[in-house]
Design a protein around this ligand. Structure first.
Ligand code: ADP
Length: 500
């Protein structure tokens, strides 16, 4: 162990000699002692550094009493000081201990062992104090400069300590807050809940709590915060104070409120649409049916008695009515996707595809289509709706075939958290410029004379896929066939959660 370097500031050469003698008897610790008989000399030694401990007589020719201690302490704040005192200045020595001296020794009552022990303790204690001071300084700095609001709260709710982020959140200065309680600052509507948690915390029923609550800002408006609190206990298990982290979440709350508001509006307008579709299907179909029946009756009853033009006009009228009925039915199925949808369940897509092909049997046979597929997964889905997606996509692939022998291939590839399904055909293809438009309700690229349809199939597919938390799109080129892709989340399967 390296020897302890001690500085003895003592004007009496006799006392200095004695001390040196006593220390040289000490076997366990090695000391190197420097001696200064004046304060000034002592300070010079200290300025050179390397001193581990100072033994200080308070009464020196060039300095007296407490001034001696404070002068040394100011010049070497990191070096522990043990005061050396005669009987009569013991009160003074005690005062020095209160001001930071590590200990005091009474001249004439010491032996080498005691001096050595006191010096070692003084050094150790000073080190521990320094470490504590450093860690307190680190804590204080972390507390003061934290980006999040931090506070210490007394058991009666008084703010004991607050950092600048918190002051900024609530608009009060630190000194204003230290004269207030958290009860003063909490929104009256949130206070009962908050107090409930607070008392449970103090009684030990809760170890901590997180609460979203409102403070009333100095300017009068509400501030939303996430308040996380826990208790610091003393050794007798009594609550000392509460440590709280207070995060300003006002912006998030506003976004949430806005979003909830929008969702409500959306739900309302959706309900209105459902309502409209319902009215359209029932109330409009009735007069339409009448028009159709009577024009058909006209046709039957007056066949041969009307001229060719008249028969042709009646034919157009019947055709128009039927188309209108079809459009209304399609609109109704579109509106029903969200409304009548079932809960998502594990759905084997191989089975869904097989069922779809049964539904499309006639069209498949008639078109001579070769339909192949890769292994398909099980996903969380509304099976009848998924079947409708396959049916529309494969049905379209058959409808929009080219002269080449038709080949349709269905596949699914896992990409991250989702399955990417594809339905590929070698039909007439789609120009990239129409790739988005075709998913809009009633949008078609061909006349009815060319291909039958109302332009609703892909809009329904889009609505179903989005209800499942997925996306749908098409790739391809005119004359080169098309591939329709859609995704379904691989896990969960409920509606995607909003993340902001
Ligand atoms: P519909 O089939 O009743 O016209 P859809 O919404 O199913 O309505 O399709 C919209 C349009 O997208 C179609 O009119 C067609 O022009 C185009 N389309 C859809 N599927 C294909 C396909 N597999 N190949 C080429 N074009 C397609």
């Amino acid at each position: 162990m390296a020897p302890v370097k001690m500085l003895l500031i003592e004007d009496d050469p006799g006392d200095a000699d004695l001390l040196w003698e006593l220390l040289s008897e000490e076997k366990h610790f090695a000391f190197v002692v420097e001696w200064a008989d004046r304060l000034k000399k002592g300070l010079t030694y200290l300025a050179q550094g390397g001193i581990d401990v100072v033994l200080l007589d308070l009464s020196l020719p060039d300095s007296h009493g407490m001034t001696t201690f404070t002068t040394v302490n100011i010049h070497a704040p990191n070096v522990p000081i043990v005061v050396l005192t005669g009987f009569d200045d013991e009160t003074l020595a005690l005062e020095a201990v209160r001001l930071g001296a590590q200990d005091y020794l009474v001249k004439g009552q010491v032996d080498g062992k005691m001096i050595a022990r006191v010096a070692r303790y003084a050094i150790e204690r000073k080190r521990a104090e320094e470490a504590l001071r450093e860690s307190e300084a680190r804590f204080r700095s972390a507390f003061d400069h934290a980006a999040i609001g931090m506070a210490l709260v007394a058991t009666d709710g008084r703010w004991l300590k607050v950092n600048s982020a918190f002051c900024e959140t609530v608009g009060f200065t630190e000194s204003e807050l230290l004269r207030m309680t958290f009860q003063d600052l909490t929104h009256p509507d949130d206070l009962p809940t908050n107090l409930g948690y607070f008392y449970q915390l103090l009684s030990g029923d809760l170890q901590y709590y997180h609460l979203e609550k409102r403070y009333v800002h100095k300017l009068g408006h509400d501030v939303w915060v996430r308040d996380s609190a826990s208790v610091v206990w003393n050794v007798q298990q009594q609550p000392l104070y509460i440590v709280a982290q207070i995060q300003d979440i006002t912006r998030r709350k506003h976004v949430e409120e806005e979003l909830a508001h929008r969702l409500e509006e959306l739900a309302r307008s959706n309900t209105e649409l459902e309502q409209f579709a319902y009215v359209a299907s029932h109330d409009l179909q009735e007069p339409l049916r009448m028009v159709a029946s009577y024009t058909q009756l006209l046709e039957r009853r007056y066949k041969g008695r009307l001229d060719d033009d008249a028969s042709e006009f009646i034919g157009y009228a019947v055709d128009g009515v039927m188309r209108m009925q079809q459009l209304i039915n399609d609109l109704l199925s579109y509106a029903r996707v969200g409304k009548r949808g079932k809960q998502f369940e594990p759905t084997n897509c191989e089975t869904v595809l097989a069922d779809t092909l049964v539904d499309l049997q006639a069209a498949v046979k008639e078109s001579n289509a070769r339909i192949t597929h890769d292994p398909l997964p099980t996903v969380m889905a509304d099976a009848p709706q998924l079947r409708q997606v396959f049916q529309n996509l494969i049905g379209n692939a058959i409808k929009f075939r080219s002269n080449a022998p038709l080949h349709i291939h269905v596949s699914a590839v896992r990409q991250g958290a989702e399955w990417v399904f594809s339905v590929r055909d070698n039909g007439i293809g789609i120009d990239a410029e129409y790739a988005e438009r075709i998913f809009i309700i009633f949008q078609r690229l061909h006349g009815r004379e060319q291909y039958m349809g109302t332009g609703i199939g892909l809009a329904i597919c889009k609505k179903i896929v989005e209800r499942h938390g997925g996306r749908i799109w098409v790739e391809g080129q005119s004359g080169q066939g098309s591939t329709f892709y859609f995704t379904i989340p691989a896990t969960g399967g409920q509606r995607p959660r909003m993340i902001w």
